[in-house]
Design a protein around this ligand. Structure first.
Ligand code: ATP
Ligand code: MG
Length: 321
């Protein structure tokens, strides 16, 4: 069944997952969202936020405690076989056979999707090109780098030309070059019309790739929108990063109660201050520093980003959780 142009590719409605009920972990606690055709939609959240559990329910690997996901009009609960054919999933734990070559892996999984004969050979060839492994197609996968295995994992998800490509943290634990390759591949696939559901705990990736970002924490979506919409939630505050002659913890003590400061913390060896925008702020900070012999070596004003949004909403830093 083909999509009508403006119907969502995927509609997720009130998904809940409690592992080992009644007392087990409530991993997903009422998640709803929808993905428009041609959209890259990211679930951004720290370890344990519930991203993989959400995706596992959407692609039919886990049965929901409550709620449903509908893809192309098919409910994952009521019509799982049809629904699954419209999705391609690259799981967080790479699932490829080390003893087989890249081509043999793709052929094996292609047959599982019902591809045969010339169509299978053709798709395997196309996918090898897409994932940039055509020249390594005959090598045993056991010898591949983790970046190459990840690319093959994505290739498997692409074989049957799914409406929705689901990628669960596809860049974790790989070198920067492979990471760049995967991000570019996602961008190219999306430009060619594939809708993507992407999970990550890297805010830079979510920002670069996504039309829409849902920030997840403790099994819930705590904010959802475009990057610009999310950042707006932080409000009209300045973000200052200061490097000082003394350790940042000491500088924090000096500045944290200066008038206008709304949040203060140490990150990456710097003192970070959020403050209501105001001309008098910097002079006040310098004055206070001078009074205790603290020297300011540099001041940088940062635009708010997704990290700021997470911190604003949860009081915790995304990268430290
Ligand atoms: N099979 C399981 N049985 C019991 N609890 C589980 C199981 N899988 C996950 N959990 C718990 O559910 C919560 C959500 O886990 P999940 O793997 O969905 O998070 P995640 O956002 O994908 O995290 P990560 O970024 O580490 O992959 C965590 O508290 C986790 O410990
Ligand atoms: Mg996960």
């Amino acid at each position: 069944m083909r999509q009508e142009t403006n119907d969502p590719v995927l509609e997720v409605d009130g998904l809940v997952k409690r592992y080992d009920p009644p007392k087990g972990v409530l991993a997903v606690d009422g998640v709803s969202f929808s993905i428009a055709p041609g959209e890259v939609f990211s679930l951004l959240g720290p370890n344990g936020a519930g991203k993989t559990t959400t995706i596992s329910m959407i692609c039919g690997l886990l049965s929901p405690t409550a709620g449903d996901a509908v893809i192309g009009g098919y409910s994952i609960r009521r019509q799982p076989a049809q629904a699954k054919m419209l999705m391609g999933v690259a799981p967080q734990e790479v699932a490829v056979y080390g003893d087989l070559s890249a081509r043999e892996n793709l052929s094996f999984f292609g047959r599982m999707y019902g591809l045969r004969g010339e169509k299978l050979t053709e798709r395997v060839g196309e996918v090898l090109q897409t994932i940039g492994l055509a020249d390594r197609a005959r090598e045993r996968v056991a010898k591949f780098s983790s970046g190459m295995k990840r690319r093959l994992n994505i290739g498997i998800a692409l074989l049957h030309q799914p409406h929705l490509l689901i990628l669960d943290e596809p860049t974790v634990g790989i070198d920067p070059q492979s990471r760049r390759h995967i991000l570019d591949e996602v961008i190219a696939l999306n430009r060619a019309g594939t809708s993507v559901l992407y999970t990550t705990h890297y805010m830079e990736e979510a920002q670069e790739l996504s039309h829409t970002i849902a920030i997840m924490d403790h099994g819930r979506i705590i904010a959802c929108g475009s990057h610009a919409e999310l950042v707006k939630q932080v409000g009209e505050v300045d973000h200052l990063e200061l490097v000082t002659s003394q350790p940042p913890e000491q500088a924090l003590e000096v500045w944290k109660d200066v008038e206008g400061i709304t949040k203060s913390f140490v990150q990456d060896g710097k003192t970070v201050l959020w403050a209501r925008a105001g001309d008098a702020l910097l002079p006040r900070l310098f004055e206070r520093a001078a009074s205790v012999g603290l020297r300011v070596l540099s001041v940088q004003v940062q635009e708010p980003n997704l990290e700021s949004v997470f911190l604003h909403l949860t009081g915790r830093a995304l990268r430290d959780t």
